[in-house]
Design a protein around this ligand. Structure first.
Ligand code: F6P
Length: 547
């Protein structure tokens, strides 16, 4: 495939950007048709790109670039299980994890959905035992608390979804509290252990590779805590640990009972794994039916990706708006701004999804890119960020593309009319702020006519900051599944256009290796020479703490 930046389609977009450079969003939105022209719906999601700096010429030119980069073929390769993760010679089959139970997907002579459904079935059995209060610790008490020990994709996805969908907990299940500990320094785990009862606590060791030091250290500490309180190491291992991994032999070597092991496959990338048994905490939180509804929502978006023409394909449109901003308007930052407290962990989740996938500078052919790829992506709940970094969005020197995300309906299930009235008022307030902020970013001072008379420079709002607005009819397992799959596919579409592999992450490996020798130095067990800066810091640590 040719480099995108060498194609005539890329050149045409550069020319367009130059011609349109002076256009301000406040001028573009004089067109009353703009909202109809630049907004689309798929399932429970509504995507509005009318606040992007797109014109009726830009989108067709972007579609031409996408076609020149063979996007339609790339989508087909993804969904059919072709080995598109070339540096690891395997497919990226997270979409297979959400196929309907009776669907078939044949990859290298095997219907992969059979193994997927069997894994879901085993997961359902474990969930059922825990929900029925039938899983007992070594002293015979039912498990009441489950701690997920994992990091990266083995933490962020389950954490984000269990938080987002906490209200979807079935009423008829035994009380089960979910906790997450990821940090290798043990501080999150230490905080949890202080509050937990070892007799009624179960740990999930969640690690695709089952070799991630962060997770294995937390697991070792958890095991020590249990054995210290309960003795009976063999029984503790059997009754207080579940393992979730692609490496069954490593789980067995650690001591996890094979019946309490859930396995998945190398072809599920870590940051795409919440749909596999890595999603066990989600199923524990919302039940298997809820988990399956999440999968079905994601599948609905997969279908949309596969079937909708590029011109009305939400992941494609979202991706192309990003490409326009990054590659042709020169923006290198993106903010994720959900206006719903339940989506608190979405920015962190999307940071991994986008930056670990597309934070690359070599093409699939091994050449250095000569164009920008993934922007720096961060975020926060919008209402809180308004009191923190929105100052920079409105008046800083950086151009930032923003994603505003909110459900339209909220709190309808509250039975007490008084309480519903108050909470719905709060939601209305959040929605109003969401719409007002994106409008102000777009129009600047022009959003408030009187503001024009103001002369003081520090009161000036320049506007012209592009944003996308994503509205969900309401936040449900299905709509969240659609939303997350939308972002996964957006990342894939951008990677396809940039010609990079979004499914590997070689850039995180070397740091893990050199941390090992650095730890040896902190233990005083190496004569290895370091650079002066690291040696200075090591000496300081060694002199002040008997490590
Ligand atoms: O270090 C990065 C990474 O490999 C991520 O890609 C992954 O999600 C995370 O570590 C955890 O990996 P594992 O599930 O193998 O413990």
């Amino acid at each position: 495939m040719s480099r995108p930046s060498w194609t005539p389609e890329w050149k045409a977009l550069e020319d367009l950007a130059q011609q349109q450079g002076a256009l301000h969003l406040k001028d573009l939105c004089l067109d009353r048709q703009r909202f109809d022209l630049f907004s689309w719906r798929s399932g429970a999601l509504f995507l509005d790109l009318s606040k992007q700096r797109l014109t009726q010429e830009t989108l067709p030119a972007l579609f031409k670039l996408a076609r020149a980069q063979k996007l339609e073929q790339a989508i087909q390769a993804l969904l059919s299980g072709a080995p598109i993760n070339t540096s690891e010679q395997r497919p990226a089959l997270h979409t297979a994890l959400r196929l309907p139970a009776d669907a078939e997907l044949w990859v290298e002579g095997e219907n992969v959905n059979l193994a997927i459904q069997a894994s879901l079935e085993k997961m359902a059995q474990l969930v059922e035992r825990l929900h029925q209060g039938q899983w007992r610790g070594v002293t015979g008490h039912p498990i009441t608390d489950v701690v997920n020990l994992g990091v990266g994709g083995s933490d962020l996805g389950p954490l984000m979804v269990t938080h987002a969908l906490a209200e979807w907990r079935p009423e008829d299940i035994a009380p089960l509290h979910l906790h997450f500990a990821s940090t290798m320094d043990g501080s999150q785990l230490a905080e949890r252990l202080q509050l937990l009862n070892p007799e009624t606590t179960l740990f999930i060791i969640s690690s695709k590779s089952f070799s991630t030091i962060d997770t294995l250290t937390n697991a070792a500490t958890a095991k020590h805590w249990l054995v210290q309180h309960l003795g009976q190491e063999a029984l503790v291992l059997k009754q207080h640990f579940i393992g979730v991994s692609a490496k069954a032999e490593k789980m067995s070597a650690w001591g996890i009972d094979p019946q309490h092991q859930l396995t998945f496959w190398d072809w599920v990338g870590g940051r795409y794994s919440l749909w596999s048994c890595i999603g066990l905490p989600i199923a524990l939180q919302i039940g298997m039916a809820g988990f399956r509804a999440l999968l079905a929502g994601a599948h609905q978006m997969d279908q949309h990706l596969a079937q909708a023409p590029l011109e009305s394909n939400l992941p494609v449109l979202l991706a192309l708006a990003g490409i326009w901003n990054i590659n042709f308007l020169g923006m290198s930052a993106q903010a994720i701004l959900p206006y719903d407290g339940r989506l608190k962990y979405l920015p962190a989740y999307l940071s991994q999804l986008e930056m670990e996938s597309n934070g690359k500078s070599t093409t699939q052919e091994g050449e250095l890119v000569d164009y920008a790829t993934c922007p720096i992506l961060w975020g926060e709940l919008g209402p809180n960020a308004q009191h923190a970094f929105y100052q920079l969005l409105h008046q800083g020197t950086e151009a930032v593309q923003c994603d505003f995300i909110a459900p339209i309906r909220r709190y309808e299930q509250i039975r007490d009319p008084q309480a519903r009235h108050y909470f719905q008022g709060q939601h209305r307030l959040a929605l109003a702020n969401c719409l007002a902020q994106s409008r102000l970013l777009m129009l600047g001072d022009a959003a408030v006519p009187d503001q024009h008379t103001q002369r003081d420079a520090h009161l000036f709002y320049r506007g012209n900051q592009p944003s996308s607005t994503l509205l969900l009819d309401e936040l449900t397992p299905s709509s969240l599944g659609q939303l997350l799959a939308l972002y996964e596919h957006k990342v894939f579409v951008q990677a396809s256009i940039w010609g990079i592999n979004p499914f590997d992450q070689w850039g995180v490996e070397l740091g893990k290796k050199i941390a090992l020798s650095t730890e040896q130095a902190l233990l005083g067990q190496t004569q290895m020479a370091f650079d002066p800066s690291t040696e200075g810091l090591l000496a300081l640590c060694l002199s002040s703490d008997p490590l």
